[in-house]
Design a protein around this ligand. Structure first.
Ligand code: AMP
Ligand code: ZN
Length: 112
């Protein structure tokens, strides 16, 4: 989609630090990391949020991609967190579906 920052990263029109990539998805470092490892897993096609799709195959693939990326970044042993923010109350700032992969430190609960 035009003027979507994550579509532009997915199509490599805008640079990002890509850490992993697969069929229909890409994983790249967050510009403003909130943990030692902070990576975003996004579908290459423009989808605003989980509210706007019923593509279970793609959604499953994205979660599997998060686990694969965590494994690649050696987060599996200590654990990590996968977060999906939806809409205003969810704290979503970029309207292109993405899963945050957070690792490298102890996470707190409940989230803010
Ligand atoms: P959310 O608030 O869940 O929508 O997350 C959006 C995330 O995208 C934030 O953590 C931002 O730091 C990150 N972000 C925004 N623009 C870029 C960019 N050009 N490259 C990498 N990460 C970005
Ligand atoms: Zn997009």
């Amino acid at each position: 989609m035009e003027n979507c920052i994550f579509c532009k990263i997915a199509s490599k029109e805008i640079e990002a630090e890509i850490v992993h990539e697969g069929d229909g998805w890409i994983a790249f470092k967050d510009l403003n990391p909130i943990a030692p490892v902070h990576v975003l897993i996004v579908p290459k096609e423009h989808i605003v949020s989980i509210e706007k799709t019923d593509n279970t195959a793609l959604l499953g693939k994205l979660l599997t991609a998060a686990a694969k990326t965590a494994h690649k970044l050696k987060l599996s042993e200590n654990g990590y967190r996968v977060v999906n923010n939806i809409g205003v109350y969810g704290g979503q700032t970029v309207p292109h579906l993405h899963f945050h992969l957070l690792g490298g430190r102890q996470m707190g609960w409940p989230p803010g």
